[in-house]
Design a protein around this ligand. Structure first.
Ligand SMILES: C[S@@+](CC[C@H](N)C(=O)[O-])C[C@H]1O[C@@H](n2cnc3c(N)ncnc32)[C@H](O)[C@@H]1O
Length: 311
């Protein structure tokens, strides 16, 4: 090998591996905080218990989760035996993620759309808040996951309410606005996301990690959010949420909506017991909160002005 080709080879940059690229990207965003955040992401998750108000479980003795209805701090995850003809007594979820449906302040009589609902924890919180009045449409494109969603709702809610007030559908959230517009006054879009906690837990996923995946997801999230906005009634509220750590999938997606619909959008900053404020929302991170990661943004649509068409 000649001298020249050797030096050319030496100059050739070594291709970075998935774990290296992942670390580099998040260290750039979180700076000195990244090592402790990464450690917290790999630690065991805390769980919160959602108690079925129509079931038999007695939560006496459990610590309330910030005084929210039906939610309790779980000392550990308990395996629940599902019995054929009995209501599901409990549902386990990440407490930070419960803040998304809670921020919508669902009231009896609301028409609620959960665009990406499976397996159904957040739908359940909203269904319980309806207290038998109003409607819940729980949608998910994945057939397998929708099967679980249907079963969770059916086994948790009173039969009459499930049959006459709840609809489980399987549409593409990005195209919903082509079929219905200004139809629901409360919408949750808990979008599919990078889910870095799961990436870190899986060596195969970490090996394959590239920023392109985050960018593709951000594009999908934007198409879903833009559609959801058109489906929201004037005067209604929409929560956009993800379990991603990347601003590209969080504030930057919301920012696009705020810029496009600036005349009719009000970004609200709800008072929450956990999390750190971002430009358009709240981010709960596990190194400080012991739960999450979870991002949410609460977006209100201004009511139509009196005299305007459709007001
Ligand atoms: C973060 S998970 C939702 C978790 C759920 N909200 C809960 O609390 O149990 C995102 C969901 O979006 C669904 N999904 C992905 N792409 C979709 C699309 N284009 N339209 C509707 N649902 C979609 C996935 O099947 C997945 O169940």
């Amino acid at each position: 090998m000649g001298k020249n080709s050797k030096s050319k080879n030496q100059k050739k940059k070594k291709k970075k591996s998935g774990p290296e690229l992942f670390d580099e990207y998040y260290a750039d965003i979180y700076g000195e905080r990244w090592p402790s955040l990464k450690k917290a992401l790999l630690a065991e998750k805390e769980h919160t218990i959602l108690v079925n108000p129509y079931g038999d479980f007695n939560p006496n003795g459990l610590e309330s989760f910030y005084q929210y209805p039906n939610l309790y701090v779980s000392p550990h995850k308990v395996t629940i035996e599902e019995k054929e003809n009995e209501k599901l007594p409990l549902y386990f979820l990440d407490g930070a993620s419960a803040l998304a449906p809670l921020s919508l302040n669902i009231l009896p009589g609301d028409d609620v759309l959960d665009l990406t609902a499976a397996p159904g924890g957040k739908s359940l919180i909203m269904a319980y808040a309806l207290k038998g009045k109003g409607t819940l449409t729980a949608n998910d494109k994945s057939e397998n996951r929708r099967f679980r969603l249907h079963s969770v709702l059916k086994k948790s809610l009173p039969k009459e309410f499930f049959l006459h007030h709840v609809r489980v559908t399987g549409f593409d959230a990005s195209g919903w606005c082509l079929h219905e517009k200004e139809a629901y006054n409360k919408i949750l879009l808990d979008a599919p996301c990078s889910s870095e906690r799961h990436v870190l837990e899986s060596p195969e996923h970490l090996k394959e990690w590239r920023l392109g995946r985050t960018k593709r997801l951000a594009a999908l999230q934007w198409s879903m959010l833009a559609s959801a906005w058109l489906v929201l009634k004037p005067g209604g509220s929409l929560v956009y949420s993800t379990c991603s750590l990347s601003p590209l999938e969080n504030d930057r997606v919301v920012e696009k909506l705020v810029k496009k619909f600036k005349e009719e959008i009000i970004v609200e900053s709800p008072t929450l017991p956990l999390g750190e404020k971002t430009q358009y929302g709240t981010l709960v991170l596990p190194d400080r909160a012991g739960m999450g990661p979870f991002y949410l943004s609460l977006l209100n649509k201004k009511p139509k002005a009196k005299g305007a068409k459709g007001a």
